[in-house]
Design a protein around this ligand. Structure first.
Ligand code: UDP
Ligand code: MN
Length: 251
């Protein structure tokens, strides 16, 4: 059997949450040997996510890990002000280290709830020996932000990033996966608060690998199988007007 893909998804309550989780789950159902680790940014597990996962048909682990209050984004804060998903991804890494061991063949991937994933991404991911990388669409001000690879060997010789190219690993969270053995070996590898925006990926990657060890996948980093899409908040004027009468709405 191939490796199990452990996909780590932080998520939080908002009107589009169920739509996001639905889009993700229906791609993930197409992936063999898939284990979804969903971490809610909340004090308690919500009924919405609990019920959603129970009916998803996926193998999953449901965790909650609230972001400490002073790291939470305020309504008027720019999104780049504070890191998102740090607490949740770290909780998932702790779960993996407490519940899985070296006998398990696996690959760990950070799958944010608003991105768009092709099922073909996971066909590449199962090839990851240590740390694999590939292009990500619609990020860093580019149609495609990607490693530059030698097509024959998959060796990474550089990056095409324009946004903060000084990042040690100038790639998006969706652009890499780490073999489970590496996650178990490098026990101190976690995400961190109080680091520059855009440096979370580098924060974990520098603890587990070197640039010249990266394995370039997706046909020598020429194919795009994941997009850093961002979902617009819907206008819910009418909901707000009638909320008082009908109580809290959900979908
Ligand atoms: N997230 C969260 N709590 C928050 C904001 C975001 O758990 O308060 C999650 C979100 O659901 C996503 C991940 O953290 O899975 C990254 O957030 P986002 O997609 O907003 O980041 P960006 O796309 O801007 O990098
Ligand atoms: Mn996002």
């Amino acid at each position: 059997d191939g490796p199990t893909i452990f996909a780590i998804t932080p998520t939080f309550t908002r009107p589009v949450q169920k739509a996001e989780l639905t889009r993700l789950s229906q791609t993930f159902l197409l992936v063999p040997n898939f284990h979804w680790i969903v971490i809610e940014d909340s004090e308690e597990k919500t009924p919405l996510v609990t019920n959603f996962l129970a009916e998803s048909g996926l193998t999953y682990t449901h965790i909650n890990a609230p972001t400490p209050t002073h790291y939470k984004l305020g309504k008027s804060d720019q999104v780049w002000k504070k890191p998102r998903g740090v607490e949740q991804r770290n909780a998932a890494l702790r779960w993996i280290r407490n519940n899985l061991n070296e006998s398990r063949n696996g690959v760990v991937y950070f799958a944010d709830d608003d991105n768009t994933y092709s099922r073909h991404l996971f066909r590449e991911m199962v090839k990851v020996k240590r740390v694999g990388v590939w292009p990500v669409g619609l990020v860093g001000g580019l149609m495609v932000e990607k490693p530059i690879c030698d097509e024959a060997t998959g060796k990474v010789t550089g990056f095409n990033a324009i946004w903060k190219p000084e990042r040690p690993f100038p790639i998006d969270m969706a652009g890499f996966a780490i073999n489970l053995q590496v996650i178990l070996e490098k026990k101190e590898a976690y995400f961190a608060y109080d680091i520059q925006s855009g440096f979370q990926e580098s924060e974990i990657l520098k603890k587990v690998t070197f640039r010249d060890e990266l394995e370039g996948l997706a046909s020598g980093c020429t194919k795009v199988y994941v997009w850093h899409t961002r979902t617009q908040n819907p206008v819910l004027n009418t909901e707000n007007i009638y909320k008082k009468k009908r109580g809290k709405a959900s979908n």
